[in-house]
Structure formats: C-alpha cells, structure tokens
Design a binder for this molecule. Structure first.
Ligand code: AGP
Length: 613
C-alpha cells in the first residue's frame, strides 16, 4: 500500500526523493520518511508522522546531503501512524536502513528471536525485523545483496523492500516477494531510480525493469545485477512510452477533478485502433493465446475489487448480451477462498487499475491453478496482473493519481465492452452486421462523455444543497445497478457520508424503512427496458416524503414532475448508458466532498493500491 522510492547517482538525493514521494503520496499518507547516505559517510534519517508536508518542514531545518537515498510514504498496517513507526527503519548500529511495503506475517516469531539475540527495537512495526535480520546476516560476512536474498526467504507474506548500508556506499539493494506491490528499476543516463509506481519514475526515465516475484537486485552506479531466489538472472530494461505530463495536476485544483474532466479523451484512447467501425471489427493486441483458449470457454467469471468490481459487474452484462456467454461476477476477496468449481471452461476476466491489488491477484492465481483461461483489464503496463493473465486489455489512461478511481473506471467499462465484442467476433457468435450494431454507438461515446461533463455546474448546485446530509441511498436496476453501487462508493470514499447502492427492486425488502426527508435518494432512471419499474420506485420514495435526485435520459421530461431534481445524460445504447450515468455521480461526490472540506485526492484511511489483506 505504501509508496517506495530510491535513488543512486550524482545528484543531491533528498530533493529527488521528496519529489518522488510527492508523486507517490496517493499510495499511503499517514507517515513519511527518507534516509540519505551523506557524503560524510553517515546515514541521515528524517521521518515524521503525517503527510509529506510534515517531513518537508523538518528538512527545512536540516537538509541531508548525499547522492543516494531511499524514501517511503506509509499506509499503516502494524503500529499506528507515529514518528517512530514511520519508515525508514534502522538496525542496531543505525548504519543500515530499510523501507518496506507488505506485511511480515511471522514478525512476532522473528522479533522474539532477534530480541533474544540482543537486538533492540524502536517501533511497533512488523517492518523493523527486516533491518535486524539483515544485520544478523551481515555478521556472517555476506554482502548486502546476499543478506537481503537470504532474509527475504525468511519473511512470511508478500514484500517489496529497499535497503542500503553505510558500509556499502553507492549501493541500493531491492527485493520483491509475492504481491506486495511493484518494485520498478528505472535506468537514467548516469543514475538509477527505484520506485513502487510509475509516476515517480516517468519524469526521470522510461527505461524500466519490473521486478518479478522472488527477484532481488543490487544497484551500483548505472548497473543493476539481478537474481531470482538467489540465482543470477538477466532483466532487460523495456521502454514504456508513457506520458509523464498526464501524472501532473495542470490547471486543475485536484487530481480527481482533472481525472473526471479527461474522461472523454480516456474513452477515446481506450477505443483508438481497436474498434474498427468501417470494418465492423474489433482488433486487440497480443490476443493469440486468448484466441487459442477461447473455443473451450463455456462461461465467464468476472472479478475485481472496489470500483474495478463495479466495472466487472457491468462487464458481466456485456458478456451475456454481446457474446451470449453465461457470466457471473464475484468479489475477488471472496472468490479466492470460495473454492468455486471453475476450470478450463471458465474464462476469468479480472479488472484492476493497478494490476497489483492483492485479492485480485490471489483470485487470478487461484484461477490459474485451476487451468482457467484469463484476461485482465489493467491500466499499468508490466503490472503483476498483466503477467498472470493470458492476455491483457490495457486501459491507456495514463497514471491515475486521485485515490478515488474515476477515469480508469470508465476506461475499464469501455475495455470490457470491447473485449465482449472481440470474444463474440472470435467465437463467431455474431455476424458482421450484428457486431457492427454493437460497435456503432461506441463511435459517438467520447463525444457524449464530453457532453455529460458539461452539466457540472448543475451537479455542483445540487451538491451545495445536500452536502450536509449524512445518509444517501442510490437506487437502480439492471445494468445500472453497479452504477448505483459505484455512486455510493465514491460518495463514501471522498466525503465520508454513509451511502448505500441497492437494486431498486430490493428497496421494499428493507431499505424503504430508512426513507424520510433526511435521506436523499439518487435514482438512476434512464430510458431503457426497466425505466418504468424505476419510475414506480421513485413514486414509492416520494409517497414517503423522500427526496429524489433522478438521473434521466435527455428529453425524458416526465421525471421532472416526480423528482426533486433531474440530472440529464445524453441518450446512447442501453449497454453503454452506465458509462454516461457514472459521470454525474463522480461529479456529485467531488462537489459534496469539497463543500465538506474533505481531501478529495487523499481521503482518510484509504490507499490507491491495496497490497495487503
Ligand atoms: C475506488 O475509488 C478505489 N480506488 C478502490 O475501490 C479500487 O477500485 C480498488 O482498490 C481496486 O483497485 P485496482 O483497480 O487497482 O485493483
């Protein structure tokens, strides 16, 4: 969950680390720290509870100077946020430092063993066992790379680790075990960078190596030497060709605002070169293995977590309606333990913006063991999920920095639609004309997304009226039900308001008891086969003096008589309507959160990528 950065080169390390941490703060932000190997030969550690700004004020008083260092922004798992629990952690000598992402599941045993051997601990974290363990290994005369390679084998759980020692100047050693988030090595001209995420690397270099499970790497000068489980391996840097500018806030006040605003472009980028309208065909890259496995597929199981799960729930309708395949959707944290009867006949489609979410990866690994063909929808090239799956459909959004997912959600839905069309095409279950019918509304989709975004001031007005309410209900039916779930999730995440998304048919089975003047109901009532059913639900809410904010299809004036407020979205095909309906709900959360004085980009307790269970 945490953000990790490292630097070795000729420049002053601390400003580079701070800049990297600023770009990584979305990963975790309850404490922060850096360690620099100073030119004088000593290791300087500066760390603090709180956000990066609390560290920078410490640095203003005493700025460490040296040309290598490591930095960390924390999302606490073991040990509350505090100065002492912030990373980096040191060994007993204070000459070796470690930053870490993951959970040392056997930390109690290791700590007891190390304390018995005379090691003194200064924090309540699980991480602190690592520097002491390294210290033990170094006593045997091994070097830092050997020591980390040995220590990491002793740590239960999944880990991403960076370490350096005053006794090996010019060297940073990193390791990755399991799925605790990525470790990526960036090759600069005369310098090397290490980071958990691309936004911290892209301003410096696009030549990257993504560490594999079991890898350790020793970085010295411009060289990197890799091992996997102790055995030397070659890892060639690849050019990722990503745009660093898209990771900057530009003229927007918040990343969330910017990322909502760029969704028309993002949808267009996800479609570009893939939806071939003239030929009524879908073309996706690197699908040979997928096409080989597709004929055996009899059903589809979609999975993901949070917002990505909601995208997957919409994707379920696409596989059923477009490809004619029975499809289910399961929360990855449940699927991984469910022992579901799946095998080579089940296509597993996972959705993960980061490609590093621990539960999604575990569900994918479970599916792999059972021989399921797999395709993943992902935004981060080289991520773990892209390696586990047989094929990847990238969402091409550029980095998403706001902790609340917005643009990657829209792009994931778009990619799922393309994948369902592609599957139908390759299975031969649709003829060209029918496939053309599914593709045609995609051509106007980016424009319609743009039009939907222009209603922002109306939504801001409604947000201003209701931002003080403490409970919201989101109701929808059919393919819009996941949109209601996502609308409620977004509001909870960024404004800390209690909100629930329900299938409207379920309302009478309990939630209706909550409805009164204090409970605004956001009803998604677009023009589709279930619109009249939704109208009845709206009547039922109004009959109990509930407040109704309705999402309606442009031109559907009837709702104005029933609802307190109507937000219009342009008409598109019912299958693509969830993409448009999601946008006003994102904007509503954003404006409500702003009025409540919340930090929309870094909401409390959250982290962008959840790499621990
Ligand atoms: C949503 O706003 C959150 N960012 C969260 O629910 C997220 O979608 C979830 O943690 C899954 O992340 P992933 O897409 O990177 O797997």
């Amino acid at each position: 969950m945490c953000g990790i950065i490292g630097y070795v080169g000729e420049q002053d390390a601390a400003p580079i680390l701070i800049d990297g941490l600023r770009r990584l703060e979305y990963r975790g932000y309850d404490s922060v720290g850096i360690a620099v190997l100073e030119d004088s030969g000593g290791i300087a550690v500066r760390k603090s509870e709180g956000r990066l700004v609390s560290l920078t004020s410490i640095l203003e008083e005493s700025w460490p100077h040296g040309r290598q260092g490591i930095g960390h922004t924390r999302w606490a798992t073991h040990g509350r946020p505090s100065d002492a629990n912030a990373h980096p952690h040191t060994d007993c000598t204070g000459t070796l430092v470690v930053i870490h992402n993951g959970i040392v599941e056997n930390h109690r045993d290791l700590r007891a063993r190390l304390e018995a051997a005379g090691h003194a601990f200064n924090s309540d974290t699980d991480t602190e066992v690592i520097p002491h363990l390294l210290e033990e290994h170094l006593k045997d005369g091994t070097d830092l790379h050997d020591a980390l390679a040995q220590a990491i084998e002793e740590l239960a759980g999944a880990h991403a680790i960076l370490t350096m020692s005053a006794s090996e100047p010019g060297v940073i050693v990193a390791g990755r075990k399991g799925n605790a988030g990525g470790v990526t090595i960036g090759y600069g001209e005369d310098e090397m960078f290490i980071a958990s995420d691309l936004p911290a690397l892209l301003p410096h270099t696009q030549r990257l190596v993504f560490l594999e499970d079991g890898d350790t790497v020793l970085i010295r000068g411009r060289e990197a030497t890799y091992r996997n489980h102790g055995v030397a391996v070659e890892r060639e840097p690849q050019e990722v060709g990503l745009d660093p500018v898209s990771a900057a806030k530009g003229n927007f006040k918040h990343f969330m605002q910017k990322e909502i605003a760029e969704q028309a472009e993002v949808v267009l980028d996800t479609l570009r070169g893939r939806a071939l309208f003239g030929e009524s065909r879908v073309d996706l890259d690197d699908m040979a293995r997928f096409c080989e496995l597709l004929p055996q597929v009899r059903r589809v199981l979609l999975t993901g977590m949070g917002t990505s799960l909601h995208a997957a729930m919409i994707g379920r309708h696409y596989f059923e309606q477009i490809a004619g395949l029975p499809a289910e959707c399961d929360n990855a944290s449940e699927m991984r333990y469910r022992g579901a009867p799946i095998g080579p006949e089940t296509l597993v489609v996972s959705v993960s913006q980061s490609g590093e979410t621990v539960d999604t990866l575990a569900a994918m690994n479970e599916a792999k063991e059972r021989g399921c063909p797999q395709v993943t929808i992902c935004n981060v090239p080289g991520s773990q999920s892209s390696r586990v799956a047989d094929a990847v459909v990238y969402t091409r959004c550029g980095p998403e920095i706001g902790v609340a997912s917005t643009k990657t959600y829209l792009a994931s839905i778009t990619a799922l639609y393309l994948l369902a069309c592609y599957s139908a095409q390759e299975l031969g279950v649709v003829d060209r004309e029918r496939l053309g019918g599914f593709l045609e509304p995609l051509a106007r989709l980016p424009k319609l997304v743009g039009e939907t975004l222009t209603h922002d001031s109306i939504i801001e007005g409604i947000a201003n009226e209701y931002y003080q309410h403490e409970n919201f209900l989101f109701l929808a039916r059919g393919i819009q039900y996941p949109v209601a779930m996502e609308g409620a999730l977004k509001l909870k995440e960024v404004s800390y308001i209690h909100a629930e998304g329900y299938p409207a048919g379920e309302m009478k089975h309990g939630p209706i008891a909550l409805i009164d003047r204090d409970m605004p109901v956001i009803a998604i009532c677009l023009r589709d086969a279930l619109r009249d059913k939704m109208m009845s639900n709206i009547e039922q809410v109004k009959a109990r003096e509930g407040i109704v904010i309705a999402l309606a299809t442009e031109g559907d004036r009837e709702l104005e008589e029933k609802a307190d407020h109507v937000i219009y979205v342009p008409e598109t095909s019912p299958l693509l309507a969830p993409i448009l309906a999601s946008i006003p709900l994102q904007a509503f959360s954003y404006h409500v959160a702003l009025r409540r004085g919340c930090d929309v980009d870094q909401p409390r307790n959250l982290a962008k990528t959840v790499t621990v269970e």
